[in-house]
Design a binder for this molecule. Structure first.
Ligand SMILES: CC(C)(COP(=O)(O)OP(=O)(O)OC[C@H]1O[C@@H](n2cnc3c(N)ncnc32)[C@H](O)[C@@H]1OP(=O)(O)O)[C@@H](O)C(=O)NCCC(=O)NCCS
Length: 384
């Protein structure tokens, strides 16, 4: 297997954006290629992650992006895996570089959805659930994660204030991220007083609807060495699945696909959770970050809340989670999110994260899932 590297990264701001889906995808792609210090013609293929291109009247995004980069002859494909599309796209690109099929691949994730409004965005997103059992029955994602939150509160010694603490931390991190969607200092009281979306989850427990695009260039180590000093190694990659509908799960307070993907990634990297210096995890709702932190092996089951209370997951804590601001503050343009997490790890490990730098970090992890965790991918990166 070839050693795989991330050579460059870029992206638009996340939030409510005016430009079209194609425009933001092209902007992010061009920025990643420039950051890699290469010419577009050196890219062998494009892997694009997107879920609802149809909402902005553009599917088949690959050829549009490649044409605008001046390389229409290069092959491309679009990958959809709900909110986990970005990491699945990254994984497929990783596998193709590792197998020696390509030297350099552009991975771009993009979503443009906010113009459809709250009702339609919620409806579109529900198509990512197991629609027969969930979406069609009126269960939106806030509703599904509220069920998980309620189970967590019932099963463990946790409080709604513990969930609020996750939002406060991620908003603090997002304040230091110029590309974050919600850049606003909040307090526990703000979270507790915010409107209930699906009890026990309140407005500030939820990630927002976001537009945005993120992009990275993946390549073989030989290609990386020929082009730049600023690259990082991908040392672990794992994927996993869970029953699509929540009702098919044995437990509501764990996500099987995370455990399966993490185990595979740790095994490939030859490390354990203790070796991870920081992680970008899928905090679509505050409770999800706590569940993720346990499923990824950073805390024992039911002890994730203790880690939050003790500040262990803060940027200067023992295991910083979401230094970018996470989905909660940085935003969640669903097709872009998994790629955006890799952008953050690249910036952290190459000294480009500015004020939000995690001190002395050498190994970073990304964790991104689709729907309530029906599909998941975990990646582990190390500085050179
Ligand atoms: C919570 C939610 C319903 C709020 O959406 P909304 O009612 O359309 O909110 P609006 O866009 O009208 O914004 C209203 C205000 O709340 C703020 N806001 C919106 N979503 C927010 C969030 N998640 N957290 C904090 N503030 C938020 C807006 O900035 C705006 O503030 P302003 O009035 O000061 O400008 C929506 O963000 C949501 O469903 N989030 C979850 C998305 C999701 O399920 N993703 C998939 C995960 S698997």
């Amino acid at each position: 297997m070839e050693k795989v590297c991330v050579l460059g990264a870029g992206g638009t701001k996340y939030g409510k954006l005016e430009d079209s889906i194609s425009d933001i995808a092209i902007q992010a792609s061009a920025e990643a290629i420039e950051s890699a210090g290469i010419q577009p013609k050196e890219i062998n293929a494009g892997y694009i992650s997107n879920v609802f291109g149809v909402a902005d009247k553009q599917v088949h995004l690959g050829p549009v992006i490649m044409s605008n980069l001046g390389i229409p002859e290069k092959p491309s494909l679009t990958i959809e895996s709900a909110c986990g599309s970005g990491s699945v796209s990254f994984r497929e690109a990783f596998a193709n570089v590792a197998a020696g099929f390509y030297d350099a691949i552009l991975v771009t994730g993009v979503e443009k959805i906010t113009h459809t409004g709250t009702e339609w965005t919620t409806t579109y997103f529900s198509y990512c659930s197991d629609f027969f059992y969930e979406g069609q029955a009126g269960a939106s994602f806030p509703g599904l994660f509220a069920s998980m939150a309620l189970a967590y509160l019932t099963e463990f010694k946790a409080t709604e204030e513990d969930f609020a603490e996750v939002a406060v931390k991620n908003h603090d991190n997002g304040l230091l991220n110029p590309k974050a969607h919600l850049r606003k200092k909040i307090t526990i009281e703000d979270v507790m007083k915010s409107p209930v979306v699906a009890s026990p989850l309140k407005l500030y427990d939820c990630c927002p609807f976001s537009d945005g695009a993120s992009s990275v260039v993946l390549c073989s180590e030989k290609f990386a060495k020929e082009h730049s000093k600023d690259y990082i190694h991908v040392i672990g990659s794992g994927r996993g699945g869970s029953p699509a509908a929540l009702q098919g799960r044995e437990h509501m307070t764990t996500i099987p696909s995370t455990k399966i993907a993490a185990e595979a990634a740790y095994k490939m990297a030859g490390i354990t959770p203790k070796d991870i210096d920081f992680a970008e995890v899928h905090d679509c709702f505050t409770v999800a970050e706590i569940i993720d932190s346990e499923d990824l092996g950073f805390f024992e089951k039911g002890k994730g809340v203790q880690g939050v209370r003790e500040g262990q997951t803060k940027r200067n804590g023992e295991i910083p989670l979401n230094p970018s601001g996470g989905l909660k503050s940085k935003g969640h343009p669903i097709g872009a999110t998994g790629v955006g997490q890799v952008v953050e790890v690249f910036e952290q490990l190459t000294g480009k994260a500015g004020e939000r730098t995690v001190k002395d970090a050498r190994i970073g992890l990304t964790h991104n899932f689709g729907a309530t965790g029906a599909s998941c991918a975990v990646h582990i990166f190390q500085s050179v």
